[in-house]
Design a protein around this ligand. Structure first.
Ligand code: PA5
Length: 424
């Protein structure tokens, strides 16, 4: 489902030399003894997830599809990136579907919020607010605005049937509201942080509401658990990739540029930027994750990669079986000089662009490339891929000797903002 190709690294990696350290970190992950171990709940989640809640998610998702034309997913950071990454990855852009999903609660932009309010006016909506703390300001602000909109449109009683809350089991500001109003609610487990929560109700409810088979996604997750909890680094691509990230940084490459040739994978890269950046960027350490969508960005960032400062390596996410394909049409009038591509498939053209760029960046540009070959865009593959990235990140981050599961730095902007906003 996802295969690591190390042919374009510009050096021959010898993973054997890392086995002792990999084994030590492997035990820290599996036995949950590493730093931040109270947030390692995602490790056994593929099998330990709450089956009763899982069934309830499927029922709620079906209800949302019946009651609404638009689902507002209200959350920020880990409370929305995974769902958007999954839905875009699996369904593609411009998907034909009865339910449109709009992501709110992730910005203070007045233009964005008012435009969504105007756009949904008169349309049937449901809302899934997702927040572990319930106090995240972007999300709480949007939730009040859109909750009032729904209450005005349907009355308080019916609004209750259209609002779904995903939050902490006991703590936070949303739980008392759930208890008071009676919204249907789902739990964000204590031991799974936001950037790992796409595999919980946080991701699963919007993903299922989008009409995606979440059983298949969980199957992918389970099979990936079997593949990527193997201690031997030579037989575990996630550990190999985790080790390689550190080896490349030790060579002075502080930036990892995620590269995709599919626009509908750009949010997988956004999700990865949070997963890796928020997990590793502390104590003055960590790789800076960056992303591009090619070939679009070859016409902007391509120049830097090819000839700029040698501070980065690329990690390509390439999909073998695209969601759609077509033959390039022939035309008797070849004024556009495109006839040489007649009858070639567009996916083939895209693949040649990827291969040509790979050679340009590695051979002439001397930029190491990791290639992650992804089989297809199924829900199964998405679940499989997510667990691959979790295990790789845990390996990389523990190799850096930091706590990958906290994010103390994000509080600083909040402190300043609250002071300016006049919050007690
Ligand atoms: O990964 C994280 O922990 C963060 O990105 C959070 O998910 C984000 O800040 C939202 O927090 P909350 O779910 O409490 O609203």
């Amino acid at each position: 489902m996802i295969k690591l190709n190390t042919d374009h690294l510009l050096f021959e990696p010898d993973f054997n030399q890392y086995q002792d350290e990999v084994s030590r970190i492997h035990r820290m992950i599996i036995d949950k003894t590493g730093k931040g171990n109270d947030f390692l709940g995602w490790v056994d989640w593929p099998f330990a997830y709450d089956k009763e809640e899982f069934d309830r998610i499927k029922v709620a998702a079906q209800r949302i599809r019946e009651q609404a034309d638009i689902l507002l997913v209200c959350g920020i950071g880990g409370s929305y990136l995974g769902a958007k990454a999954a839905i875009d990855f699996i369904k593609g852009n411009y998907a034909q579907d009865d339910l449109e999903i709009i992501y709110v609660g992730n910005t203070f932009s007045s233009t964005e919020i008012v435009r969504v309010l105007k756009y949904i006016e008169g349309k049937d909506v449901a809302l899934n607010v997702i927040s572990k703390s319930g106090s995240t300001t972007e999300t709480a602000l949007a939730f009040r605005i859109f909750r009032q909109h729904i209450e005005k449109q349907y009355g308080k009683g019916e609004a209750t049937n259209r609002i779904y809350v995903t939050t902490d089991k006991e703590r936070g500001l949303l739980r008392p509201l759930v208890n008071k109003v009676g919204y249907e609610s789902f739990i964000i487990p204590d031991d799974i942080g936001g950037r790992f929560s796409v595999i919980t109700a946080v991701g699963l409810l919007p993903i299922a509401a989008a009409g995606i088979d979440i059983d298949a996604m969980m199957n992918g997750l389970q099979d990936a658990y079997k593949a990527f909890t193997v201690e031997n680094v030579n037989h575990n691509d996630a550990y190999k990739y985790g080790v390689l990230r550190r080896v490349l940084q030790e060579k002075g490459l502080d930036v990892e540029m995620f590269v995709t040739y599919e626009p509908h994978l750009s949010f997988v890269a956004e999700w990865l930027k949070q997963l890796d950046g928020e997990s590793e960027g502390k104590e003055g350490k960590g790789i800076l994750p960056h992303s591009v969508t090619n070939s679009t960005d070859l016409h902007s960032m391509g120049q830097y990669v090819q000839e700029g400062k040698k501070i980065l390596f690329e990690t390509i996410l390439t999909v073998h079986e695209p969601l759609e394909d077509m033959e390039f049409p022939s035309d008797n009038d070849d004024t556009d000089q495109m006839e040489y591509l007649a009858s070639k498939s567009l996916h083939w053209v895209n693949q040649q662009a990827m291969l040509g760029t790979l050679e340009a960046h590695t051979v002439e540009g001397q930029v190491p490339n990791i290639v992650l070959e992804i089989k297809d865009n199924s829900a199964y593959t998405f679940g499989y891929m997510v667990f691959f990235f979790f295990m790789a990140l845990a390996m990389s981050a523990y190799k850096l000797d930091i706590n990958p599961f906290d994010q103390p730095g994000v509080e600083v902007y909040k402190r300043n903002m609250f002071k300016l906003l006049g919050k007690e």
